[in-house]
Design a protein around this ligand. Structure first.
Ligand SMILES: Cc1cc2nc3c(=O)[nH]c(=O)nc-3n(C[C@H](O)[C@H](O)[C@H](O)COP(=O)(O)OP(=O)(O)OC[C@H]3O[C@@H](n4cnc5c(N)ncnc54)[C@H](O)[C@@H]3O)c2cc1C
Length: 508
C-alpha cells in the first residue's frame, strides 16, 4: 500500500480485517495525509478543517468502528463571507445581506443588474463577463471576483466562461433571491446534514492514528518516513516496489520489496513516472500534463476573545491575499488551550511561488498584518504563529485533464493490472475523505473477494454519490463561493473543484 492517508489506511484496515498481509509505505513522518492533524507546541490544526459527513453507510460505520463514540463531537457548522469589513451570512440571507450592503449599495446592485440585463457585457467568454452578465457588475465584484481569483491565482478575465457556466449553471439573481427567501425549497438531506457535522475530538488525525494502531494490532505494517520511489514491472504487472528511507545518520537507503498487489494513493503522475521500465512516452506525457494546486496555512495563536463563532470565514476582501480564516477553537475546544484559540489563515498557492518560498517568519508577519487589516484581530493580540505547507492539496482539473487520466488508466489497466490507484491524488479526482475511503474499500473487495467493482465510478455513478444539494454545496473546498454557496451545483455532489482554464487561456 502506498500512502497512509484515509485511502491507504482504509485499505490496510480492510485487508488486515480479512487476515491478509499488508505493508503500508508512507513517505511522511505522520499518518493522515491531507486529513492529518498537525500539532505544534500543543496546538492542533487541520489542513483546511475536515468535516466528517458522508452518505455512504459503509464509511459512516467504519468511522464509528475505528473511533469510539466518546472521541466524536457533533459540531454546528457556521461560516460567513467577509467583504468590505462586513460579515455576510453564508449562504446569503436577504435581511442580513441588505443590512450589510446598505440601502445605497443594494439599490446600486439592483441598478447594475438591470443594466447588465439591458446591455450585457460584450465579452462573455470569460468568468467575469459571464457572471456579471447574470448578476450585474456590482454583485459580481462583491461575491464572485476576488475569492475566485485567489483560488485560481489568476485574473477572472483569464478564466474561461465554461467553468462558470458549469458551476453556476442556471443560477441567476432571480433564482438566488428565491433561494435566499425560501431556503428550504428544493434542499436535500445533505444540506440539512451539513448544518452539523461530526468531528474527532482532537482533529481528523485522531481517526488515522487509531486506524494505524488497529492495522498494526491486526498484523499489518505501517512504515513511516518511507517513500515508494520505483515500481518494478514484470511481464504481467508490478513485481516489486523500491522504497527509500533514511538511516540513523540521515543517509538515504533504498531497498526493493516484492509485492503481489500494489494499492496506490501517491499522486497519479508520480506513480506513472516511477515505473521501471518506464511507461510508454504518451503515458508519461499524459502524467506530466496533470498538475496540482498547493495550500499553505498560517496558524496564529490569539486570546480566545479574539476568535469568532464561525468554523471559517471566506475572505472576499481584495486587499488581503488570505482566502479563508479558520477558527480551530470553533472546530473543537480540544484543538486549543490556555484561554486562547488558533486562527488558520489559508492561502491558495503554487509550490515555488512567492508565498510558498517565503520564510515562515515573514508569513506569520503577513498573516498577522492581514488579520488586522481585515478588522478581525489587532496585531498586538497575536502571540505566536506556525506555518504548514501542503503540496498537492488539490488535483487540478485543467481543460483536457480527463483525457490524460483516461490515457493513464487505460495503460495501467493493461500493463500493470495489479496496480490499483485509489483516493484523491491517487486517482487525480476531487474526492473527499469519504469517497477516497470508498475507492479503497472497493479495491480491497476486488482483490480479496474477486469482485469487479469499477473503482473509477465512485463519485460519478449515482450509487456512490452524495445527494446533490442545489446550491448550498460543500465549502470544504475552495470553489468560487457564490452568493448562495460555492458555485458547484453541476457535479451532483455540490462540491466545487478548482478547474483551471486551458494553458492557452492561462498564457493569455
Ligand atoms: C483544504 C482541504 C479541506 C478538506 N476538507 C475536507 C473535509 O472537510 N472533509 C473531507 O471528507 N475531505 C476533505 N478534504 C479532502 C481530504 O483531505 C482528502 O479526500 C483525503 O485526505 C484524501 O485521502 P487520500 O488517502 O486519497 O490522500 P492523501 O490524504 O493525500 O494521502 C496520501 C498519502 O500518501 C503519501 N504519499 C504520497 N506519495 C508517496 C510515496 N511516493 N510513497 C509513500 N507515500 C506517499 C502522502 O504523504 C500522504 O500521506 C479536504 C482537502 C483539502 C485540501
Amino acid at each position: 500500500m502506498i500512502g497512509a492517508g484515509p485511502a491507504g489506511l482504509t485499505a490496510a484496515h480492510e485487508l488486515t480485517r480479512r487476515g491478509l498481509p499488508v505493508t503500508v509505505f508512507e513517505a511522511d513522518d505522520v499518518v493522515g495525509g491531507i486529513s492529518r492533524t498537525v500539532e505544534r507546541e500543543g496546538w492542533r490544526f487541520d489542513i483546511g478543517g475536515h468535516r466528517f459527513f458522508t452518505k455512504v453507510p459503509a464509511v459512516e460505520r467504519w468511522w464509528h468502528e475505528v473511533l469510539p463514540e466518546e472521541d466524536f463531537l457533533s459540531r454546528p457548522r457556521m461560516s460567513r463571507i467577509l467583504y468590505a469589513g462586513k460579515l455576510f451570512d453564508y449562504p446569503l440571507k436577504p435581511v442580513n445581506a441588505l443590512r450589510n450592503l446598505g440601502l445605497v449599495e443594494a439599490i446600486r446592485s439592483v441598478a447594475s443588474y438591470v443594466a447588465a440585463k439591458l446591455r450585457p457585457p460584450r465579452d462573455q467568454s470569460h468568468f467575469e463577463g459571464w457572471v456579471s452578465a447574470r448578476f450585474g457588475q456590482r454583485l459580481y465584484r462583491i461575491f464572485f471576483k476576488t475569492y475566485t481569483e485567489k483560488v485560481w491565482g489568476m485574473p477572472a478575465t483569464a478564466i474561461q466562461a465554461d467553468w462558470a457556466a458549469q458551476r453556476i449553471k442556471n443560477l441567476s439573481l432571480g433564482s438566488a433571491i428565491v433561494h435566499a427567501l425560501f431556503p428550504r425549497q428544493g434542499q436535500t438531506e445533505v444540506t440539512t446534514l451539513i448544518d452539523r457535522f461530526q468531528y474527532p475530538r482532537t482533529g481528523p488525525g485522531l481517526m488515522w492514528e487509531r486506524a494505524t494502531e488497529q492495522v498494526r494490532a491486526g498484523g499489518g505494517e505501517v512504515r513511516l518516513g518511507t517513500a515508494v520511489v520505483g515500481l518494478l514491472r514484470g511481464d504481467l504487472g508490478v513485481v516489486a516496489v523500491e522504497v527509500e528511507s533514511r538511516d540513523a545518520d540521515g543517509t538515504a537507503v533504498r531497498r526493493v520489496v516484492s509485492a503481489d498487489e500494489v494499492i496506490s494513493s501517491m499522486p497519479l503522475p508520480e506513480l506513472v513516472l516511477a515505473m521501471d521500465p518506464p511507461a510508454p512516452a504518451d503515458v508519461r506525457e499524459a502524467a506530466r500534463a496533470l498538475s496540482h494546486r498547493d495550500f499553505l496555512t498560517v496558524a496564529l495563536v490569539v486570546p480566545e476573545v479574539c476568535g469568532f463563532p464561525d468554523n471559517w470565514i471566506y475572505v472576499h476582501s481584495p486587499e488581503a491575499r488570505v482566502g479563508r480564516v479558520q477558527n480551530f477553537g470553533s472546530w473543537s475546544p480540544h484543538l486549543v488551550k490556555d484561554g486562547r484559540t488558533c486562527l488558520g489563515l489559508e492561502y491558495f498557492v503554487d509550490e515555488g511561488d512567492d508565498l510558498w518560498e517565503s520564510d515562515d517568519a515573514d508569513l506569520v508577519a503577513l498573516a498577522t498584518a492581514e488579520l488586522e487589516l481585515l478588522g478581525l484581530v489587532p496585531s498586538g493580540a497575536v502571540e505566536r504563529g506556525y506555518v504548514v505547507r501542503m503540496p498537492k492539496a488539490y488535483p487540478v482539473y485543467d481543460e483536457g485533464y480527463d483525457r490524460q487520466v483516461d490515457v493513464i488508466r487505460g495503460w495501467l489497466g493493461g500493463a500493470v493490472p495489479n496496480v490499483h490507484p485509489v483516493g484523491r491524488n491517487g486517482m487525480h479526482r476531487y474526492n473527499n475523505a469519504d469517497h477516497s475511503m470508498v475507492t479503497a474499500m472497493l479495491t480491497v473487495e476486488n482483490i480479496a473477494e474477486g469482485t469487479a467493482h469499477d473503482v473509477w465510478s465512485v463519485n460519478v455513478e449515482e450509487d456512490y454519490h452524495e445527494g446533490s444539494g442545489p446550491v448550498a454545496g460543500d465549502d470544504r473546498t475552495p470553489g468560487a463561493a457564490g452568493p448562495l454557496g460555492p458555485t458547484a451545483p453541476a457535479a451532483g455532489t455540490g462540491r466545487s473543484a478548482p478547474v483551471r482554464p486551458a494553458p492557452s487561456v492561462r498564457a493569455a
